[in-house]
Ligand binder design. Structure first.
Ligand SMILES: NC(=O)c1ccc[n+]([C@@H]2O[C@H](COP(=O)([O-])OP(=O)(O)OC[C@H]3O[C@@H](n4cnc5c(N)ncnc54)[C@H](OP(=O)(O)O)[C@@H]3O)[C@@H](O)[C@H]2O)c1
Length: 77
């Protein structure tokens, strides 16, 4: 099973903007959208954060499911 060591780093500001727009539909942040997208692709994600709030956000990605058109958009980021 593939693993993403560094699933969030390197995301451009432009991509974050698009991903945040997608996230609004699900009440999630750009980072949660990225993590969820990778999980739905079968990738094990290993995010790191020094912020307790963001650590909690990174765990809260199992309570929504991305729609196909959103996944298509995310794949282009
Ligand atoms: N990347 C590699 O090549 C590699 C190799 C071996 C081991 N690892 C390990 O894999 C883990 C991945 O860490 P990584 O730093 O490489 O990559 P990462 O987790 O993709 O990126 C970490 C960066 O994303 C930010 N971040 C985390 N959660 C966020 C959120 N919800 N919203 C916004 N920003 C968020 C962090 O900032 P804040 O801290 O300010 O939240 C930090 O700048 C670590 O445990 C690392 O030790 C990575």
């Amino acid at each position: 099973m593939p693993e993403a060591w560094g699933p969030l780093k390197g995301t451009s500001d432009e991509s974050k903007e698009t991903l945040n727009k997608v996230g609004k539909k699900y009440d999630k942040t750009w980072a949660q959208v990225v993590l969820r997208y990778q999980i739905e692709r079968g990738v094990v994600v290993i995010p790191k954060s020094h912020s307790q709030e963001r650590q909690q956000q990174n765990l809260a990605v199992l309570d929504f499911e991305l729609e196909d058109d959103d996944k298509q958009l995310i794949s282009q980021q």
